[in-house]
Design a protein around this ligand. Structure first.
Ligand code: AHN
Ligand code: ZN
Length: 330
């Protein structure tokens, strides 16, 4: 009788042992198994949406304002809460018309000692002028910048939360660039350029001496309802293999309807200094709308770029795709 019971228990133990979702990183005798399999985590869109809304609660994140300072502190604090090593890189940067901006790039690093790294980034500042609003009365008014680019920052924070729960096999750097969106406005006819000041500063002065990564992925306007992403041309020029990797991951994750297998336009964005100054192949996941004159979403640099323009499904599509990419790296 005793013997029978023992046999039954052993059998049950073997069944549960073979079917339960045990990590494959340790074997029965305690020795590490060589080829570790990492599960791809499930991106939580509600969580990313909340991180997006939290940034907007501070008000427009325009450099030289309290909202900007408070939101910068919030992002750094969240990254620390999720176990990242955080570097807040401060610099005084000058706009196209010589306004001094106290800018802060915020870097959250996971496994900082790991030599194999991937960089994910977005800009956290918002534009001081709604210069594309249909109503000219708003052209000097700051925008919420929900899609430009609090949504992308919300995706980065959710990725940080996921990494804390389960580490990928590579090190990840999440960079929140400042001062991207103080480019010369349409109403200033003599001025030009002035975009991407924070990323340019970081590319010249990386947070770690001689910083390198296998590749970078920038998100900008990556959260609007029904957004579609076309293969941006500068990304194709510098990092076609990364574009292909990300578009294939989107297919594999079930979000191929968001990532269109066609080329879009050239965009002046934070991936340019990463490619041209830091020499890290970096792509831009950026909404392309073939129906607008600018190619950007109709909300772009208008008062309509608020939380109502953000879609949780788009956050999920982009966030899950990025998890698919980074958890497949060895
Ligand atoms: C230009 O308008 C030249 N580049 C767009 C960069 C940008 C602004 N991305 C978000 N806001
Ligand atoms: Zn913008």
């Amino acid at each position: 009788m005793v013997r029978k019971i023992t046999v039954i228990f052993l059998t049950l133990g073997m069944i549960s042992g073979s079917f339960a979702c045990r990590p494959k990183s340790s074997s029965m005798d305690g020795k590490a198994v060589e080829n570790k399999e990492v599960q791809i985590p499930v991106f939580n869109a509600d969580s990313a949406y909340q991180f997006t809304a939290n940034q907007l609660f501070f008000g427009p994140r325009v450099p030289n304002t309290e909202a900007h300072r408070n939101c910068g502190a919030y992002i750094a604090e969240e990254l620390r809460r999720f176990g990242a090593k955080v570097i807040e890189q401060g610099a005084i940067l000058y706009t196209y018309n010589n306004v001094a901006l106290p800018a802060k790039n915020i870097i959250g690093s996971f496994q900082p000692e790991n030599k194999n790294r991937v960089l994910l980034c977005a800009h956290w500042d918002s534009r001081p002028f709604a210069d594309h609003d249909p109503n000219e009365a708003y052209h000097h008014t700051p925008i919420d910048g929900a899609n430009d680019s609090a949504g992308a920052c919300g995706i980065l924070l959710e990725i940080a939360r996921q990494i804390q729960q389960q580490q990928p096999l590579i090190g990840i750097d999440l960079i929140f660039f400042d001062a991207e969106d103080w480019g010369a406005p349409t109403f200033d006819h003599h001025a030009s350029d002035g975009w991407c000041l924070g990323s340019e500063y970081w590319a010249k002065n990386p947070h770690v001496a001689n910083y390198q990564a296998r590749y970078g992925i920038l998100m900008d306007m990556a959260s609007a309802t029904n957004a579609q992403f076309y293969k941006e041309k500068t990304s194709m020029y510098y990092a076609k293999n990364v574009v292909d990797k990300v578009w294939e991951a989107a297919q594999a994750a079930g979000y191929g309807s968001y990532f269109i297998n066609k080329e879009g336009g050239y965009v002046q964005d934070d991936h340019i200094p990463v490619n041209e100054i830091r020499r890290i192949p970096c792509i831009d996941i950026i909404q392309y709308d073939p129906t607008t004159e600018t190619g950007f979403g109709a909300y772009w640099h208008t008062m309509s770029d608020n939380l109502d323009a953000v879609g949780a499904e788009t956050l999920k599509a982009v966030g899950q795709t990025l998890l698919q990419v980074i958890y497949r790296e060895k």
